[in-house]
Design a protein around this ligand. Structure first.
Ligand code: XAN
Length: 450
């Protein structure tokens, strides 16, 4: 009578706006065969009981148990997949030294596709188990290893957006880890785009190729220009690092006499499908360019505490400039693969930015006022903000969005009396333990069960 593929009954938390959440108590989530939410039905609606009567007791009905809740699957906008083996290690040097001492030697190992397969399988499993259903990945310079990552995402059910990293400047990159020539880097990127587009045709949740200049310091002008042209030709996502640290920000100013943002824009790399990581040093003019071009920011608060030399002005970007912002773990500049950890750090970093940290300065001059974000805003970044950044219908539990969800338990929470659902939400996010993530679904496919 109704024709839904599945019906799920439960209580869900989802962003209503940047700073508000919707609590959908005992709703029915009616899903179609494409894994999308076709209809949301509240207990107040007349058809509510008719749908339950039709589906309850069949294999198409799922009731979320008491004490468990639904959250949107998280969207990680910045992961360096090849750096997974050094997560939690090697965080003792500034960005430039860290790249040359630890990171480039590790990334060079992905010439070996077997090594890539081992690491990437482990990483995708780990991220899914933490409720992360969509990931924007940097790979390495190696086309085959990157394709392996896309295939692993496809097979394991994660929505992966994967980039072949371009590092074509021979002056700037070590001999053991760089593209052979600019022409080769562009040819490999184009072939990779075509291969992933073919792969993606048969993948329910989608896998996508991403144009990926590592950052301006590692690319030639010709390389950057060619990548901008490929992004336009194939209408694909773009990712890079932008104004990340004192060094990286100043490097671009010294080379081009203008900011990262302006330079990336001139090379055709900023558009509605572009996501730029970090962005701690954006000027007001840069932020306007982000808004005008539809470019999004991947905020990586844990990584920025190590390499950023500044706290990204998330609150201002979201509210004053209406820039799309999502959250990134930045494995392994950030040591934690969990977006729960990064949501908390986003709140804490913003509070330190707001108040300032040097007690020798008068309190009213110590910080950047109106910078602190709330937990709900951090949740927005990990969910709806990520979806908007990627221009995909993900990250919200609303009609027309994908059924990407985590089923999370609250049995471990300290409740002595009765919490409101609003309080439950706050505790859930702040005191989540990985073992409380019971199930993870992507486009209505079960991809993780405890
Ligand atoms: O945090 C970072 N991780 C990286 O791998 C990288 N490459 C350039 N800039 C970078 N920043």
């Amino acid at each position: 009578m109704f024709g839904f593929e599945r019906v799920v009954k439960g209580t869900a938390f989802t962003s209503q706006s940047i700073n508000e959440i919707d609590i959908l108590e005992n709703y029915l989530f009616c899903l179609n065969k494409d894994g999308m939410i076709e209809k949301l039905v509240s207990p107040k609606e007349e058809i509510y009981s008719a749908i339950i009567e039709t589906y309850q007791g069949t294999s198409k009905f799922q009731e979320i148990p008491k004490g468990e809740y639904l959250l949107p699957g998280f969207i990680d906008l910045h992961v360096h997949a090849p750096q997974w083996p050094q997560s939690g290690l090697a965080l003792d040097k500034p960005l430039y030294d860290w790249l040359n001492t630890y990171t480039f030697p590790l990334e060079a190992k992905y010439k070996d596709t077997n090594f890539a397969e081992k690491v990437y399988s482990h990483l995708v499993d780990e991220l899914l188990s933490l409720g992360t259903t969509t990931v924007l990945y940097f790979g390495t310079i190696h086309k085959e290893a990157n394709l392996k990552l896309a295939e692993i995402c496809a097979k394991k059910g994660q929505r992966g957006l994967v980039g072949k990293v371009v590092m074509d400047d021979h002056e700037a990159n070590p001999k053991f880890y760089r593209d052979e020539t600019t022409e080769q880097a562009l040819a490999d990127t184009e072939e990779f785009i075509k291969d992933v587009k073919i792969l993606g045709k048969n993948v329910k949740q989608g896998v996508y190729p991403v144009v990926t200049p590592r950052f301006i310091p590692s690319c030639t002008d010709e390389g950057l220009k060619g990548l901008g042209e490929l992004a336009e030709k194939y209408d694909v996502h773009v990712q890079s690092h932008c104004s990340e640290s004192d060094w990286a920000h100043q490097f671009v100013i010294d080379r081009f006499g203008e900011s990262d943002t302006k330079s990336l824009n001139k090379f055709g790399l900023l558009n509605d499908k572009s996501v730029m990581a970090h962005c701690g040093f954006l000027s007001a003019e840069d932020a306007e360019i982000f808004r005008e071009t539809g470019t999004a920011v991947a905020h990586c608060p844990i990584s920025n505490a190590y390499f950023g030399n500044a706290v990204t002005r998330v609150k201002q970007l979201l509210h004053d400039y209406q820039v799309d912002v999502g959250l990134g773990t930045d494995i392994s500049g950030g040591f934690s693969p969990s977006l729960y950890d990064n949501m908390k750090q986003a709140v804490m970093s913003s509070r330190m930015l707001n108040d300032g940290v040097n007690h020798e300065i008068e309190s009213d001059e110590r910080g950047v006022s109106n910078s602190n974000i709330t937990l709900k805003e951090a949740f927005y970044l990990a969910t709806a903000g990520g979806g908007k950044s990627l221009s995909l219908p993900i990250g919200e539990l609303k009609e027309g969005f994908t059924w990407d969800v985590q089923v999370v338990s609250t049995h471990h929470l300290p409740v002595f009396g009765e919490d409101t659902l609003e309080e439950t939400f706050q505790k859930l996010i702040y005191i989540m333990k990985p073992e409380q993530i019971k199930e993870v679904w992507v486009q209505d496919q079960l991809v993780y069960k405890q």
